[in-house]
Design a protein around this ligand. Structure first.
Ligand SMILES: [Zn+2]
Length: 471
C-alpha cells in the first residue's frame, strides 16, 4: 500500500533529483513535520476504519515491532503499530512511524516470521524515509488536503484511484518506477532486519507466495498488498535469493502469536455462533492444524455468544492438553466474570498479578474486571499507581476515566478522558473534556488550578501549531 501513498506523495517530486539514501539532513521534510503529517493521516484512519481495540493484539504487535526495531538502523521515529478490522490482505506505513496492518493480512500469515516480514518491510519504508523523501521543496499542498487524499487512497478501490489521478503530475511510468525502487529497497532492508532479529529470513518469500496463490484463487484479481507490487513474481525470487544468504533458523512461533490470530479470527467475525460451530466441526473431525489455537478461538467464540459453560469446558481442555499460561488464565477469569463468579475471577487475576507484577495486560485486565465487579475505587488506586510506569498510554487513561466515573468523580473522569484523547492525538477532544471537567464541581483547589493550567498549555500548543504548508 505504501506504493500508493508514494504515488500521491511523490506527484511533484522528480525521482532523479531526490536526496541520497539514508541521509536525514538532506531530506525535504523535517522529522517533526513528518510526524505531524502522519498523525493527521492517522486521525483520518481512525475515523474511516475500525481499529482493533484489543489489549492482547495491540501489545503483541507493539512488542513485535520493537523486537525488530532493536535491530534497525536509524530509527528516528517513535513507532506506533495499529491493527484495523479489514479482510483485505494489506499493510501500509504512514509518515512519522505509524504502521497499519489489516486483520486480513495477519490472518493470512501462517507463522510468526511471515508476519514479522511484513512488519520489517513497513518499518524499512519509514527508516529509509521513503515518504519524507518523496516530497519536493515545491510541494505546497496543505497537510489536511494531503491527508484526505492519502486516506482516500488507502481505503482503496475507485475512490483511491481517482485521488491518485487527481493528484497526478508526472508520467505514470515514472511514478511506478519510483514506487518500485522503494519497494525493492524495503524488501532488501526488511529481509536483513528480519534475519538480524532472529526470524526466518524466508518469511517474506513464503508470505508473498501465499498471497500470490490466494490471488490466483480469486481469479487473478490482485490482493491489495500485491497490487502495489506489480512485479511480485520477481520479488518472490529475489526474496528467496536474499534469504539464502542468512543461516537457517528453526522456526518457532510464540504462543501469543498463535493466540493473537485466534483472537482476531473471533474479534473480526460477526456471527460467533456460526464461527463456534465451524471450529467445533474441524476439531471433531480431527482436522485441526493447531489445536491450541482452535480451542482458544472456540472458547472465545462461545464466550462472545454467551455460552459460558461450553466456553469454560473448551478452555479446560486446552489447559489439560497444553498446560496453562498467562493468556489462558486471562480468558478463564473473563469467562468466570461473565458467568457472575466475580470472586473466582478476581482470585485468578490477583494470582496473575503476583506472578507478573508489571505486566501491562494483566494490570489493565485486572483493573477492568475490578470495575465490572463493582470495585471501581480499587481499580482507580491500582491504575493511578501503574500509570506512572507507563505515562501516555491511552488504555490506562480510558480505564481511569471509567473507574472515576463509577466512583462519582465526574471532573476527574473528564480530566482522564482528556488525557486519553491527548494520548490518541486528538487535542480538540482533549480540550473539550477539560472544559467539561471544569464545568463540574471540584472541591480540591489544586486539582482545579491543575486543570486550568493544562487547558492553557493545550490551547497554547494548538496556536503554536503552524498547521498547513508542507515544507
Ligand atoms: Zn511496501
Amino acid at each position: 500500500m505504501v506504493g500508493y501513498l508514494l504515488v500521491v506523495l511523490s506527484v511533484q517530486a522528480d525521482p532523479i533529483r531526490l536526496p541520497d539514501l539514508g541521509d536525514p539532513a538532506d531530506s525535504t521534510l523535517s522529522i517533526t513535520r513528518e510526524k505531524e503529517l502522519g498523525s493527521e493521516v492517522m486521525r483520518q484512519v481512525r475515523r474511516q476504519q475500525t481499529i482493533v481495540d484489543d489489549l492482547i493484539v495491540k501489545e503483541y504487535m507493539s512488542d513485535l515491532g520493537y523486537r525488530l526495531l532493536e535491530h534497525a538502523d536509524a530509527a528516528l521515529h517513535d513507532f506506533q503499530l495499529f491493527v484495523v478490522d479489514d479482510n483485505a490482505v494489506n499493510a501500509f506505513a504512514l509518515p512519522g512511524g505509524y504502521l497499519v496492518f489489516n486483520s486480513g493480512l495477519i490472518l493470512t500469515t501462517e507463522n510468526e516470521s511471515e508476519l514479522a516480514a511484513v512488519v520489517a518491510h513497513e518499518i524499512s519504508h519509514v527508516t529509509q524515509r521513503h515518504l519524507a523523501r518523496s516530497f519536493s521543496h515545491n510541494s505546497k499542498m496543505s497537510a489536511p488536503l494531503l491527508a484526505t487524499m492519502i486516506a482516500g487512497v488507502f481505503i482503496g478501490g475507485e475512490v483511491g484511484e481517482a485521488a491518485v489521478v487527481a493528484a497526478g503530475a508526472g508520467s505514470a511510468q515514472s511514478r511506478i518506477n519510483f514506487t518500485r525502487k522503494h519497494e525493492h529497497e524495503a524488501d532488501r532492508v526488511g529481509i536483513d532486519l528480519l534475519a538480524r532479529s532472529g526470524f526466518v529470513a524466508d518469511g517474506m518469500a513464503t508470505l508473498f507466495e501465499k498471497m500470490q496463490r490466494q490471488s490466483r484463487l480469486r481469479g487473478g484479481a490482485p490482493l491489495e498488498y500485491l497490487s502495489t507490487h506489480p512485479v511480485y513474481e520477481t520479488r518472490i525470487a529475489e526474496a528467496r535469493a536474499r534469504a539464502e544468504k542468512y543461516s537457517a533458523v528453526t522456526p518457532t512461533d510464540s504462543e501469543v502469536y498463535r493466540l493473537v490470530r485466534a483472537r482476531l479470527r473471533v474479534l473480526t467475525n460477526e456471527t460467533p455462533h456460526q464461527l463456534a460451530a465451524d471450529i467445533e466441526s474441524v476439531l471433531d473431525a480431527e482436522q485441526t492444524s493447531d489445536e491450541l489455537m482452535d480451542r482458544y478461538a472456540l472458547a472465545m467464540a462461545l464466550l462472545e455468544g454467551s455460552q459460558f459453560r461450553k466456553a469454560a469446558l473448551q478452555l479446560d481442555i486446552a489447559v489439560q492438553r497444553f498446560g496453562s499460561s498467562k493468556y489462558l488464565e486471562l480468558l478463564k477469569a473473563d469467562i468466570q466474570l461473565r458467568q457472575g463468579q466475580d470472586e473466582q475471577a478476581l482470585q485468578i487475576m490477583q494470582a496473575l498479578r503476583n506472578r507478573y507484577p508489571a505486566d501491562h495486560i494483566v494490570t489493565l485486565e485486572y483493573a477492568r474486571m475490578l470495575i465490572d465487579a463493582g470495585r471501581a475505587a480499587s481499580a482507580q488506586d491500582m491504575l493511578e499507581e501503574y500509570v506512572i510506569f507507563r505515562p501516555g498510554d491511552p488504555d490506562i487513561y480510558k480505564l481511569l476515566a471509567r473507574a472515576t466515573k463509577v466512583v462519582g468523580d465526574n471532573a476527574q473522569s473528564h480530566a482522564y478522558m482528556a488525557e486519553y484523547f491527548l494520548a490518541s492525538d486528538e487535542a480538540d477532544k482533549a480540550i473539550s473534556h477539560i472544559e467539561t471537567a471544569l464545568g463540574n464541581p471540584i472541591d480540591d483547589y489544586h486539582e482545579e488550578s491543575g486543570l486550568r493550567a493544562r487547558l492553557r498549555e493545550l490551547k497554547g500548543q494548538q496556536q503554536g501549531d503552524p498547521g498547513g504548508e508542507i515544507e
